[in-house]
Design a binder for this molecule. Structure first.
Ligand SMILES: C[S@@+](CC[C@H](N)C(=O)[O-])C[C@H]1O[C@@H](n2cnc3c(N)ncnc32)[C@H](O)[C@@H]1O
Length: 270
């Protein structure tokens, strides 16, 4: 296979390079519906989950492993815009702290609120999540426990930001994500047949002793203010994760992981 067909792009003012760099901005991601995923292992996850890149960018001379070669072959086969670029150009396109030799541009996918949930289904709702690292970590955990998806309520950060995508380690391609207003969420929640479990510092029940009647809708509050009053009232039960020290609360991603494993643990086998 020849991976040297495209001419190496060395200019940062190349229009296609500028378009990919612009995806750093949320506004640009919203308007184009595109996002960037970096690194061969995340790209393999994307391929295995049936996603197709609009573009694939790789550093000239870096395609030496079988995995890297297969990714370039895949991108060519699906008709992606395949760009071979200089080290300088790739350094500008990829993250500073963990630069990768390959990245892909993909179309975002958004799901609708599920029409029905049944049995031991579990959906996670996040109120106004602010930290993209937390959000990515949570998407990864949702994937790990086999929950059905993530509902982003209100003014949430972008799961397709570079930081969030990286923290998902590829689960962004596997986990359905829904974006809704608080009003739409509350109207939809009214039809939910199982438990709607809020995690709250004022919760009366220890999350390890509570019973969870499926399908479970787990609701987590925002990093700063926690769960709002309207969402707290929408929950059928409030659980608390006990803490021994003098701390105020757990990190959102940690609290989500603990609760999801408590709810879903019985369904998971090694
Ligand atoms: C960083 S905490 C927010 C803390 C906020 N100051 C408050 O009063 O809720 C983010 C979310 O994680 C969950 N959480 C964190 N620690 C928790 C705990 N010990 N018990 C129950 N939920 C917790 C809650 O959903 C909370 O809204």
């Amino acid at each position: 296979m020849s991976v040297s067909e495209p001419r190496v792009i060395t200019s940062l003012t190349n229009d296609r390079i500028k378009a990919i760099r612009a995806l750093e901005m949320r506004k640009e991601r919203r308007e184009t519906g595109l996002f960037v995923a970096e690194g061969a292992s995340i790209l393999v996850t994307a391929r295995d989950a049936g996603h197709v890149p609009a573009s694939l960018v790789y550093q000239a001379g870096s395609v030496s492993t079988p995995v890297a070669k297969s990714l370039v072959r895949w991108a060519i086969d699906v008709g992606a815009d395949v760009l071979e670029v200089s080290e300088v150009v790739l350094a500008k396109l990829s993250s500073k702290d963990n630069p990768q030799a390959m990245l892909g541009v993909f179309r975002q996918r958004w799901a609708e609120l599920p029409a029905r949930a049944s049995g031991d289904d579990c959906w996670l709702a996040l109120e106004e999540v602010r930290d993209p690292g937390n959000l990515g970590t949570i998407i990864r955990t949702v994937d790990a426990v086999g929950a059905k998806g993530v509902i982003l309520i209100g003014n949430a950060c972008d799961p397709y930001s570079r930081e969030s995508v990286r923290a998902t380690m590829g689960s962004v391609f596997a986990v359905p994500m829904v974006k809704v207003s608080r009003e739409a969420f509350l109207a939809w929640r009214a039809e939910w047949r199982g438990d709607v479990v809020g995690t709250h510092l004022d919760g009366r029940e220890d999350f390890r002793r509570a019973s969870y009647k499926g399908p479970v809708l787990l609701v987590m509050g925002s990093e700063g203010p926690g769960l709002s009053d309207s969402l707290t009232r929408a929950c059928s039960k409030l659980v608390k994760i006990p803490m021994a020290g003098q701390l105020d609360s757990l990190n959102l991603a940690v609290a989500t992981a603990l609760t999801l494993y408590q709810i879903r643990g019985g369904a998971l086998r090694v």
